[in-house]
Design a protein. Structure first.
Length: 256
């Protein structure tokens, strides 16, 4: 049965989609996860503080564990089929003519650069940075973007990206004869629950690395107050810098 959603138009060029899901009792939720082979997630439930129980319960309610299991089973089956020697191999064909281009042609590279600057100047370009991970494997509990990765300048990844955005804004203003600080590239930074506050504090402490704070938008991965946004991309070209992130509420689905 499809889950009910309510669509509300808003001033932002998008739709807020609010999920009207019933709140489950912990017993029902646990039985649901046990049926899906994920009952071990409740092993330490009794040892958690009340707030920790509430946070975990909220995450598990929002996760469609049955769908996760279906996706996992399909992925495992596809991998097994691909590695089966008796599976017929599909022939590898070259890309269709016109499906790719080379930057070796200076004239084309110049034209593409101009197209990009024109789009930036018209406010049609934004940056989406997926930064929900912590630097635990780097020996730090801070968000990865705050980490000193050993550059000679000792700049963090957040500062490095911020300065690139600022420079692109300036280049577009100069080459297209725009007023100073009139070109804006909005920066959307996706965080996670554990990294949201540290990320925002890091930007505040560093004065947003010279960017206007109004153009740096933070949001959390997954559900945000039981709502999420569908944004049309017809007039917004989004440049993505994706860092790896993973769900914190579920381990690998049970393999039967």
């Amino acid at each position: 049965m499809a889950e009910p959603y309510i669509k509300l138009p808003c001033s932002f060029p998008a739709w807020f989609v609010i999920k009207s899901a019933a709140i489950m009792t912990i017993d029902i939720l646990q039985k649901r996860y046990e049926a899906a082979g994920q009952g071990h997630l409740f092993k330490f439930w009794s040892k958690l503080a009340q707030k920790e129980q509430g946070d975990l319960k909220t995450q598990l309610e929002e996760l469609n564990i049955e769908r996760v299991n279906r996706i996992y089973a399909k992925a495992v089956a596809s991998e097994a089929e691909a590695t089966n020697p008796s599976t017929p191999m599909e022939s590898i064909e070259p890309l269709p003519k016109g499906a790719s281009e080379s930057v070796a042609d200076p004239a084309k590279a110049k034209a593409w650069r101009q197209t990009g600057l024109d789009a930036i100047a018209r406010g049609e370009v934004g940056v989406l940075l997926m930064a929900g991970g912590q630097g635990t494997r780097l020996g730090s509990s801070a968000p990865k973007g705050c980490y000193d990765i050993g550059l000679p300048s000792h700049k963090s990844l957040f500062q490095y990206q911020a300065e690139r955005i600022a420079r692109l804004q300036t280049v577009a203003e100069i080459e297209l004869s725009k007023l100073a600080r009139s070109v804006v590239i909005p920066w959307y930074i996706m965080t996670s629950g554990p990294t949201r506050r540290d990320t925002e504090d890091f930007f505040k402490q560093n004065s947003y690395f010279g960017l206007d704070s109004k153009n740096v938008i933070f949001f959390e991965q997954g559900w945000q107050n039981n709502a999420f946004i569908y944004a049309p991309l017809t007039s917004l070209q989004v440049h993505c810098h994706a860092s790896r992130w993973r769900a914190r509420s579920c381990s690998r689905p049970h393999q039967k």
